[in-house]
Design a protein around this ligand. Sequence first.
Ligand SMILES: CC(C)(COP(=O)(O)OP(=O)(O)OC[C@H]1O[C@@H](n2cnc3c(N)ncnc32)[C@H](O)[C@@H]1OP(=O)(O)O)[C@@H](O)C(=O)NCCC(=O)NCCS
Length: 149
Amino acid sequence: MSVMSVKKLTAEHIEDIHRIDLESFAHPWSQDTLKTLLGSDNACCFGYFEDDVMVGYVALEWVLDEGSITNLAVLRSHRRRGIAEELVQKALDFSRETGLVSVTLEVRVSNHPAVSLYRKLSFAEVGKRPGYYSAPVEDALLMTHFISK
Ligand SMILES: CC(C)(COP(=O)(O)OP(=O)(O)OC[C@H]1O[C@@H](n2cnc3c(N)ncnc32)[C@H](O)[C@@H]1OP(=O)(O)O)[C@@H](O)C(=O)NCCC(=O)NCCS
């Protein structure tokens, strides 16, 4: 039987994140960007592991008491198993423990799987950024989860 776990990520997981990004995004973050993120005092990433193999991750960054989910991806072969939901819930739990009051994110308006996931986890649509994304050009929906005390 597989053993599942969610762990805080460190610089040793850069390759794992990059592997998941490559199959999830048209413009994956560079390894330098990932290194900066993982070394930041204002960021935290969590990975979902199946038998010690990372199959998904979420990146959370914050300024003062406002957080942002800046990336979320799950390997194609592992989608629709509740992994992203568990990762975002972990990021929200961490946000509450850290004293953040809200967590915001941008998502392509056409990204129905992600928008559905965020709605399910009580993210509300608070705005739109016209033409925010390139290749293809598309609006971003701005969604916020307000942390209850
Ligand atoms: C979006 C993404 C992270 C979802 O990961 P996942 O592990 O498959 O999602 P989960 O299994 O946890 O799904 C939780 C909820 O999300 C929604 N959801 C996920 N995939 C969906 C799909 N293909 N269609 C419709 N709703 C979907 C559903 O509400 C689902 O709840 P349900 O199972 O009760 O219906 C994944 O599709 C992915 O990595 N996509 C590419 C990268 C990306 O777009 N990241 C988001 C950037 S903002």
